[in-house]
Design a protein around this ligand. Sequence first.
Ligand SMILES: [Fe+2]
Length: 515
Amino acid sequence: MRLDRRQWMTGAIGFAAFASAPAFAQTLRNYPFTLGVASGDPFPDGFVLWTRLATRPMEPGHGMPQAIFTVKYQVATDERFTHIVQQGEAMATPEMGHAVHVEINGLLPARPYFYRFLVDGHASRTGMVRTAPLAGKDVAALRIGVAGCQNYEHGYFTAYKYMAAENLDAIFHYGDYIYEGRQGRKTDIPTIRDHIGPEPETLAQYRMRHTQYRLDPDLQAAHAACAFLMTYDDHEVDNNWAGKIDENGTDPEKFVLRRFAAMQAWYENMPVRAAQLPQADGIQMFRRLDYGSLLRIHLMDTRQYRDDQFCTSEAKEHCRKEGLDSGLLLGNRQHQWLHDGLDNRFGWNLIAQQVVVMPYNGRTNGAGENEIAADSWMGYPESRRRLVSAIQAKQISNAVIATGDVHQNIVGYLPANDQEPDRNQVATEFVCTSISSLGDGRDIKVRGADFRKIIAGNPNVLFANGQRGYQVFSISPTEWRTDIMKVDKVSDQTGKLSRLAGFTMERGSPLAIPS
Ligand SMILES: [Fe+2]
């Protein structure tokens, strides 16, 4: 085809525009898969795969030229990639921090797949991920790990090394994947390894913080071992943020810019689907994942739609002054979404979220009782009433709540009425400790929290402990079992794994008992 002059001009302009954009055709001489691989959000026919290119991860720009790279991906039924079932190409662009997100579909349900990425003669490590069972199908057994609160400065992520060996179907992450501040400096917790750079406020700074965490080999091993079901809590952005409000009284119009930078970096570094790409007005994080007829997981967002925390004293500023009952934790839209989605046709409904739901009276983690209460569901009693009435109205006798945030293991019951914690309990809540936050910890007493007194003083609480580790939910149609796994120290890399406690409940009863 011959171009006339006008077409040629248009083409030339098009070409000029393209030439000023990031260019292809650069080669990466150094190994670019330094941050590992990850998978997430399994559906019956696929999942999302993730990697991010970074040849010199801790240098400005992570060693990457301002250019687009074409990354190949392969999905196989065997670890040696002799039976590749899908392959293709994805772009790693500088605008998205050279992150790669690939949504795979068209696979078979309830089976393992292996995946890897390739670019310029380099191959990533191989990851494994399982597709979810078909909707409505019977499922004999599932094992879901629970983890979060991984303060890099407070210790090693040894718990993840053990989680990687657990052969889990997936890991629910309740947030605090990074910490923005220098928590160790404010407390008596020894700093085991240093954050690099200041408290992040810009996209480049949040990217760097994620990068530093992502370099951890134990974290990389866990991501390569199974899908993560990612959420976030406060420290991905800023301590105790609430909607468009931070804790320092920053103008909300300015704070949302910081929040957007944090969320972009979060998206770039997480194995989440394009549905979780941040938009100007926020991110659609709450979502559901179903595992056949056995389990429905409601992944909740307890940060983005909450009203400000209530004022714990008259003198306190930048807080909700209208009284305890005036605020919602989930926002109206998410409350309705949860109500609509709770479904007793599933064997179990897992409400997978961040902050303590049950009434819980106890000094925790040095911040003081009121501060913790203000940030948890205790500070939003109207939201807790709505949650209870949704469970009751939908006749859900198999609701289980998974929680993080307070760096303690707590097992307890959610009562219908706050004032009568030992009566009419509607769900069991498993609060999972931290991977490393607060350092080694203790079993009986940590920094003002005496767990024997807490158990004695809270009739709805069965168990409390302040050591590090993770939890495993072993789920069958007839029984739910939670194992609390302890890593005895995080202050060096020799932490040993043991089982600290176990709790089971039978289908039809929402109350777990020690086992
Ligand atoms: Fe935390």
